[in-house]
Design a protein around this ligand. Sequence first.
Ligand SMILES: *Cc1c(COP(=O)(O)O)cnc(C)c1O
Length: 833
Amino acid sequence: MSSLTNSPQNPSNAHLDLPPLPMDADGIAEGFSRYYAYTFGRDQDCQSAYYPYKALAMTLRDRLMERWNQTRRAYDDSKCKRTYYLSLEFLMGRALSNAMLNLNLNQAAEQGLYQLGRVLEEIASNEPDPGLGNGGLGRLAACFLDSCATLQLPVRGYGLRYEYGMFRQLIEKGAQIEEPDHWLRDGNPWEQERPEFTQRIQFYGRTESYKDHSGRLAIRWVDTHDVLAVPYDIPVPGYRNNTVNTLRLWKAAATDEFDLGEFNAGSYPESVAQKNDAEHITMVLYPNDASENGKELRLRQQFFLASASIKDVLRDWIRLHGRDFSQFAELNSFQLNDTHPAVSVAELMRQLIDEQHLEWDEAWAITSHTMAYTNHTLLPEALERWPVRLFQLLLPRILEIIYEINARFLDEVSQHWPGDTDRLRRMSLIEEGDDPQVRMAYLAIVGSYSINGVAALHSQLLVEGLFRDFHELWPHKFNNKTNGVTPRRWLAQCNPGLRGLLDETIGSDWVCNLDQLSRLAPHADDASFRERWHAIKRENKQRLADQVAEICRVDLPVDAMFDVQVKRIHEYKRQLLNILHVIHLYSRIKQGDTQDWTPRCVLFGGKAAPGYVMAKQIIKLINNVAKVVNKDPATEGLLRVAFIPDYRVSLMEVIAPGTDLSEQISTAGKEASGTGNMKFMMNGAVTIGTLDGANIEIREQVGEENFFLFGLTAAGVESLRNHYDPNGIIASDPTLRNVVTLLECGHFNQFEPGIFDAIIHSIRNPHDPWMTAADFASYVEAQEQAAATYRDRERWLRMSILNAASSGYFSSDRTIAEYNQDIWHLPTIQPSR
Ligand SMILES: *Cc1c(COP(=O)(O)O)cnc(C)c1O
């Protein structure tokens, strides 16, 4: 590998003086035709829909490539500060339409392809949707990269190039089936392999001390089983600004060395087969959202990302600045997306001390002023802890460093609170017990100069609860950064109809300055504007209804209220509460209680973690209820229910623009922020929701009269815990009693006795953590208000417009500007052409 290593004095081809590629229709048509005919060797007889997509992707990639290299050079030349966003997940979604929007090539591509007798939209639909993330956390990383490029900030994403992304979800007999998603099978035209930057990552082995060349006692990690990390770069274009940032994804590869023991014992095939083991590290994304499963392979993934990325950053540092690390913390920061990459704290220490020969104090000063940590959840099952014995086996040198960090940290705690042994036990990085554990969140906190939550309520609950001791010790480290989503993908790209109306009404600056949307507010009073707004929403609902008809074989009346809950299936998100309300509506229809009825289509979507039994039963219940409701002639024109399989980014791009009512109904205090709520709001949906996560800030922005609020507060949930009596609530509420009775008598599982017993039990359980029964009556009342409002079309349209008009705060551009102002302190860098 070393012979391939990039040499700093190699200027001969640094500036190939090529003319810029044409950006007009003819230029795109020519690029497309060349790739199609010469690179892929296809002609008009080719039936595959994939090659036209690939030819167009390559044509666009060429245009990104020029700007990509210019951006890289501009960052290098400026020697400015940089930030690295470390995340086990990047849920990027499709790249082609995003590249076209950001390069302003939409029209040229459409025309150029039309000249060739092809339809752009049809070609674009053949792009696989890269699902390298579970849900909100991975999608946030993708929105952040988009905003960093648009704001021209020198930020690079680091992640893993999973061979298999999130599983594909099929629904068979109402139940979830998982299918592997081999998204790389036909290659990925957006990635650029960079083997010259391959890194070698250590695992297993043991540590030993030795005297280094200056006679100083040092430690080395030896007898390791090494794995190569090969980088693949993905371009991240900014919006029409010539900046193209980088997402660098690592693929695991075997070293070419063989196990000599095996080799000499004559087991050549076995020793070659061991190569597989190394390559398994980046084989598959773990499909758990908001929970951890504690598998060794997952810890290997985490260390592999941390070690490769830090080596890459140090290599870059030495190339530009030499081996003097005195300014390293001033010019570099790492943002840890949850605790998944938290082992980076110990790994940066290890590389600085063992490989760059810094003293502990110097290395710690650098590390603890370089790392910043974002917490994403308060759920105890999501807090990562790894057994000490697993660290001892897999990462022995890292465990030694964690012990040393902990010893010095506990010394600081005992200086601060002399004699408070209980606090020492509580705050230790090691949880003692029969099987001692490393607490990854505490490692991240102790090693970071900034710790943030992702919505105001979440950040407040963190410092009052989970991280209280740490907040008392270091209040200055804690801050809030309310999440946002990118208005490029989640408005300009996914809602071309609305984009046109916005451009015409308030100009086009809103794309990069979403606060401009507030200028829509006065138009809410203009009846003809409301009519245009309605026509666009109706078109988007038709597009969604067409997809649902094709996928689910359910016909949706387009003028009904589209009531949508799409997100991972999890008990805390309470899809169960929603389906209980659907059962109530169905029961009303069956009882003839349909005066002043608002026709509704209730849509669900989302994946359950394959091992999460209760979540899978909820999917089954939704599908069974949908079947009973949709086939009953009494519900015709009044109620439709559908579960849309395989919820993913490209589906959300159709769903959000076509939604009237956005369901954000988690148990208060459990949803850290939510970002789906923001995408819906931007596209003019009205929210029905609890005071949880960013819902609180959404309601503040739009005004309480434009939000359907229900349910307990976070404080109310906590104070009810000790005396929660769901059976009493069910007994005294005829509506809820009726719904539970329908469930208990098996109305939705006639030929599948008992399959919903666990669900019924959870509703009746006084220890139900999600308190579904507690919020039911309040939810039904809010739903009735929403329904009544929807029938007042002018009033609903006004609310819809005001929701979009108030969504400027939820642009990830605002979020990233705050990260930069408070945490990163990066300059903006213009690439020169
Ligand atoms: C936005 C998004 C999410 C997050 O949705 P929440 O409602 O905030 O949980 C999950 N998955 C996909 C595909 C998304 O686009």
